[in-house]
Every structure is written in structure tokens, then in C-alpha cells.
Write a protein that binds this ligand. Structure first.
Ligand code: MG
Length: 340
């Protein structure tokens, strides 16, 4: 039995800008777990928003007692061990959890979507993300993304109207927007959302800072009272509040394996959110086909996919689920179904 891991720098096709940061290179950690002649893969894509770096991932992984991974079928026990080091470090935990699932699928000879009871025909079409930029570049990016049926536009900057007008100058597609906590008050959020409703935007992700749950509830009530069809989704807030609390302030949640700690925890969130009648988006960080394919394997259980992290990079070291213009195809290879 062996656990090993290595840093790998993902190079982005375009500088990726959201309301709080801008990046050209995203370092991740690729994890390898070997047991009984089976090699399984996992990945951590650490995010500074959640106080994670490559160093925190490596430190976390160095603490793992490999004997606790000796029976990967015991997913609860493995996750209990990971959580015994405290909260946080979700991406490092995710790397181990994905590898355990990959190993189980390979051991059983079944693709993970079958292990989860899903149908691969029900994988939702993925949106394609357009980062914050100047109008000319936005127009260029939207044209380049013409084959994608659903676009997700990053907003939350002072130039939101300019950005959406640029998008609307070249396409009438339904849009989803993600403010990444960029609007600082409930009044600003309501004003922006009212304008976006008239632009045929159907979903707004994380309008205000995750901590402003009372403001999100105020916004939710205002929109409900006026019969708005706009759906407000919690993303960053899902790292800090439980679903029962979020269900009073949001229409849905955005689950990410890297943010929420892997496949076992993601499945629990899915079933809990369903119990609260919430909509579910499955999202991603900038990550390789390991993590994207892992997410695709549970995605028959959700409403919307936003799994484009691997198509935004130039040097994906793995092949897995294939994203053809947003339509994601899973193979029937056992486990994750990814290879180098
Ligand atoms: Mg988001």
C-alpha cells in the first residue's frame, strides 16, 4: 500500500479573472494511491478563499495515517480520519476521498456513476465560464464559446452592466452569472439582480459575501414577494453554513468536490439539499480531468453542471470524461475512468 503526491502547475488558456482574483497558472496536487495492484488517482486544487495553498495540502497529506486507508470500502472511516485533523483542508481531503472511490470502482470493475446508482444519460449539460474582462475581450470569448449552449458570466466588478451588454451584443442564450461575493450590500444586490432579470439571466450565484446570511434572506424574500423567477444559489456560503440555514435564504446550492471535501460529502449534501427542496448545481475549481470526471460521475443526481475547469486549461495531464460543447460523456471504464 502506498500513498504519493506531486504538485502540478495548470496553465490557463486565458487569464481567469473573478471578482476577487486573477490567475494565469493554477497549481494543483495529483495524488496516487496503490493497493492490491490497483493504482487510483485523486486531486487537490487548493483555493486561497478557503485558506488553502499547495503547502497546506502537502502538510495535511503528510499527517495521514496510511493504515486508516487500508480498506477503501470503509469510506466513512476514511473520512472520519481525514476530519479528525479538524475542519478546513477540504481540497486535501477531497484528493484522498476521490482516490478511495477510484480504487473501489476499479476493485469492483464498475464505473462510479453505476456505483452511485445514476444513469449516465442524465449528466446535465455543463455551462462554460467567461471570466471578467474588458468588453472587446468578452465579445471575443463569447464568440469563441459559440458551441456552448449555456454560458456562465463572472460579474461582481464595477463593470457588470458593461460586461453583460457586451455578452448580449453577440448572443441571446440564457445566462447564468456568478458575482463571487462581489456585491457588498443587499440594496446593491437587489438593484443588480433587477437589472439582470431584464437581460434574461436565469441564475445568480453568490451575490454577497458568504457571511451575510441575513442580507441573503432579505434579498430572497424581496424576490419571492415580487414573484421573481430568478434563482439565487449559494456557493462560497456552502463552506460556512449548513443546508438547513441556507434553505431559508437561497434557492439552491453549488457543490464542489474541492470546496466540500470529496464525493462522499458531496453525496450527503445532495441528499440533504433535496430534503430541503433546494436546487443543486455541481461546480468546480480550475482542475484536471481527475476531479472533473469525479464530479461528472455524481452529476446524474443534480440539476445543473458547471464542470468546465479542465477545458479552461492547456496542459491537462489526464484524459477522462469528454466535454463536447458542454455535453459531458462518461465512459464505462471502472472507477473514475481517467488515465494519463
Ligand atoms: Mg461560484
Amino acid at each position: 500500500m502506498k500513498l504519493s503526491y506531486q504538485r502540478y502547475d495548470l496553465k490557463l488558456k486565458h487569464t481567469f479573472t473573478i471578482s476577487r482574483s486573477s490567475r494565469d497558472v493554477v497549481p494543483v496536487v495529483i495524488l496516487k494511491f496503490e493497493k492490491d495492484g490497483i493504482t487510483a488517482f485523486g486531486e487537490a486544487s487548493p483555493n486561497v478563499r478557503y485558506n488553502e495553498t499547495i503547502a497546506t495540502v502537502e502538510t495535511f497529506l503528510s499527517k495521514i495515517d496510511i493504515e486508516k486507508l487500508s480498506d477503501p470500502f470503509q469510506l466513512e472511516k476514511v473520512n472520519d480520519h481525514l476530519d479528525s485533523f479538524g475542519t478546513g483542508n477540504a481540497s486535501a481531503k477531497c484528493a484522498v476521498d476521490i482516490a478511495m472511490h477510484d480504487w473501489i470502482g476499479k476493485k469492483l470493475g464498475v464505473p462510479l456513476y453505476k456505483f452511485f446508482g445514476g444513469e449516465k444519460e442524465k449528466v446535465p449539460v455543463s455551462s462554460y465560464t467567461i471570466g471578467i474582462d474588458v468588453p472587446d475581450v468578452i465579445i471575443q470569448k463569447v464568440k469563441e464559446a459559440s458551441r456552448y449552449a449555456i454560458l456562465k458570466i463572472k460579474v461582481g466588478s464595477p463593470n457588470d452592466e458593461e460586461i453583460i451588454k457586451a455578452v448580449r451584443s453577440v448572443t441571446n442564450k440564457p445566462l447564468r452569472v456568478d458575482a463571487n461575493e462581489g456585491w457588498k450590500s443587499k440594496e446593491e444586490a437587489l438593484e443588480k439582480i433587477s437589472w439582470l432579470e431584464a437581460q434574461n439571466v436565469e441564475i445568480v450565484e453568490q451575490p454577497m459575501p458568504a457571511s451575510q446570511l441575513d442580507d441573503a434572506r432579505w434579498l430572497h424574500e424581496r424576490l419571492s414577494l415580487r414573484g421573481s423567477k430568478m434563482l439565487i444559489i449559494a456557493d462560497e456560503a456552502l463552506a460556512y453554513h449548513d443546508i438547513a440555514m441556507l434553505s431559508t435564504a437561497y434557492n439552491g446550492i453549488n457543490i464542489k468536490l474541492q470546496k466540500n471535501g470529496g464525493l462522499l460529502k458531496a453525496r450527503k449534501l445532495i441528499y440533504t439539499a433535496r430534503a430541503h427542496k433546494m436546487k443543486i448545481m455541481l461546480g468546480c475549481m480550475i482542475e484536471t480531468s481527475i476531479s472533473i470526471t469525479a464530479a461528472a460521475q455524481i452529476s446524474p443526481l443534480v440539476d445543473w453542471n458547471d464542470l468546465d475547469g479542465n477545458v479552461l486549461i492547456l496542459n491537462d495531464p489526464f484524459h477522462g470524461a469528454i466535454n463536447e460543447s458542454g455535453k459531458i460523456s462518461l465512459s464505462d471504464a471502472p472507477g473514475l475512468g481517467v488515465e494519463k
